[in-house]
Design a protein around this ligand. Structure first.
Ligand code: AP5
Ligand code: MG
Length: 217
């Protein structure tokens, strides 16, 4: 199964992807997580991406498309779930062409919808594991031990691009460049809109309903 999760910053893409991979055995491919790993490792790709990420803009398409094509090629037969990619219509077109040349396609696009006011609350309280990418919230989705990742015990961090100013820019970038990707897929496949303003468990329930139907078909 090949799935894309779309949604604004803070919509819950990372949170839901972790649950999807646990249930369906897919590979989680988060472009943001891969970029943060490249930065932590001090690679050239990481250095090139730094200024775009820190300002809330997008890393250039050609850099991202090459990076994600490499990651997708290594995905298992069971499939993958894409988180944060594609983020421009150009990226979506490149992705679809590259899958088509291998006789494959995206099976479903899940679009997590969230109000702007809720995004600010989620970003301010988010804590992330720099090791495995697990996501927590200081009020809504607390780790078992404060400040530590449930999975590997790593000290949780606050992402530097979660400051109010950068979040504003990320939202602007989202509306200008990423929202058109939703329409692109509405014209080229199946998109399920989900109200992501509910609890994380409720959102998972709705996502699983769609994916279960796909698995059973
Ligand atoms: P990326 O890491 O993808 O950031 P993003 O899209 O802004 O999304 P976030 O990770 O902030 O939000 P999320 O939807 O995953 O929400 P989460 O589950 O964490 O990208 C970072 C940067 O990299 C970009 O700005 C860009 O520069 C670059 N980049 C990445 N991909 C690129 C691409 N394809 N092209 C070009 N550049 C690219 O949840 C948020 C918080 O809410 C958490 O605290 C969570 O615990 C909480 N929460 C989640 N769900 C719920 C719920 N239902 N109820 C209550 N709380 C919840
Ligand atoms: Mg994320």
């Amino acid at each position: 199964m090949r799935v894309i999760l779309l949604g604004a910053p803070g919509a819950g893409k990372g949170t839901q992807c972790k649950r999807i991979v646990d249930k369906y055995g897919l590979l989680h491919l988060s472009s943001g997580d891969i970029l943060r790993q490249e930065r932590a490792a001090g690679t050239e790709l990481g250095r090139k991406s730094q200024s775009y990420m820190d300002s809330g803009g997008l890393v250039p398409d050609e850099v991202i498309v090459e990076m994600m094509a490499g990651a997708i090629n290594k995905a298992p037969q069971s499939g993958f779930v894409l988180d944060g990619f594609p983020r421009t219509v150009e990226q979506a077109v490149e992705l679809d062409e590259s899958l088509a040349s291998a006789g494959k396609k995206i099976d479903v696009v899940v679009n997590l919808k969230i109000a702007d006011e809720e995004i600010a609350v989620r970003m301010a309280g988010r804590r992330s594991c720099p090791e495995c990418g697990a996501v927590y919230h200081i009020e809504n989705l607390k780790p078992k031990v404060e400040g530590k990742c449930d999975k590997d015990g790593t000290e949780l961090i606050q992402r530097p691009d979660d400051s109010l100013e950068v979040v504003k820019n990320r939202l602007k970038t989202y509306y200008e460049q990423t929202e058109p990707v939703v329409d692109y897929y509405k014209n080229n496949g199946t998109v399920y809109d989900i109200n992501s303003g509910k609890s994380a468990d409720k959102v998972s329930e709705l996502v699983f309903e769609y994916l279960d139907a796909l698995v059973e078909a």
